[in-house]
Design a protein around this ligand. Sequence first.
Ligand SMILES: [Zn+2]
Length: 465
Amino acid sequence: MTITPIIGLEVHIELKTKSKMFCGCDASHFHIEPNTHTCPVCLGLPGALPVPNKVACEWTIKLGLALGCSINQETFFERKNYFYPDLPKGYQITQLQKPFAVNGKLNIDGRLIRINRAHLEEDTGKSQHIGDETFLDFNRSGVPLVEIVSEPDISSPEEAKKYLGKIQQIVRYLGISDADIEKGSMRCEPTVNLKIDDVFTPLVEIKNVASLTGVLLAIQFEINRQTEQFKKDGVTKEHGEKTTRGWDAEKSVTFLQREKEGSADYRYFPEPDIPPIEFFKEQIEAIRATLPEMPDAKIAKYKALFLSDYDANLLAEDSAFSAIFEKILGDSTNPDFAKFITNLLIGPLKTIEITIDKINPLHFKNLFDKKSDLSSSAIKQLVLESYQTGINPLILAQKQNLFQVSDAGAIENMAKKIIADNPKAIADYKKNPQSIGFLIGQLMKASAGSANPQVAKEILEKLLK
Ligand SMILES: [Zn+2]
């Protein structure tokens, strides 16, 4: 029996526009006094007319382009009809037939995950259950929301995690959303079924998953549950039939919510109050021109500087961090310099908050040029101090006597004295050349740590020959 999980992800990204999707209300809603950012439009009062938010439309196109999608120049909104207390209009304005973006792809460790679509819609309000009572907050009602739907190309919970991480990284690079799963500005609904030999288990959509760990646990739970179910009764349904299960985070189980649901149940129809929207080719190209360099391109660029996979990924992790690296690197293509900066950025400088404005590339260049005269611990100390004080690290090194003595004459004099004073160690060295470490240690001690250990070793070896 060969079991292959088939996983698709629907990801909702809340856009951080100033105002809501179809009205002028402030779109912020996290930790805001309930029902203070509302108006007749987002409360769904009769006769109120929606006006689309242009920035939200442009950001959706931008995201679509970043995901390698084709953009539909002509698009329109539709009404998805259903009743729920947090949806006062009785319908959600969304897109079904003509999403802004279609047919994209994401590269996850060399595997291409196809993206079916990215469409724009409005968020609903929020219900809060306290004791026996339910409270409704409509601050979130009408906040712009992009839904990204993948094809079921994901084959493990780990791959789902990487896919979500990548979506999060991209929208943050674009600066269009905080994509914070814990705060709900990024939400995810996995669909899971299994291919067992030649048959498929019924498709399950999982709702109410509120954390990244929850997504992984819920997918794994469904894989196990569907496997057991199949072993027990062997029944499979038509591929494509879908049931909805909720995720119970406390018990770590999914439970049945709704059976057999299709888009026909929502009676979609074109939104009569909003005319179709058209973007000209030139407008789309103008949006494309604002795309920043994306993480994959950055990683490839850093690897071309002979940085390791690990380093390149770490530097490209967020755009602010990579901007700092690139500011310091400047026009240099020297792999040693790139590695030197990387070590400092992911080493000592990672321990403090750094801002790009306070970074002085010249300080790094100076330190790099003099690195053979400074110990590695001195370099770490100097990079921190020069960042904090704004003083050139070489001036700091001078003041604190951190330059190592590489002057062969001075070191040779010290070495001669060490050799004369340690006849036993010399005899040991003749038997075992590895024991030179002891003599180097003595010399470092005699120089109060200022001798360059490499030069000291070479001179000792020369004298002992
Ligand atoms: Zn409003």
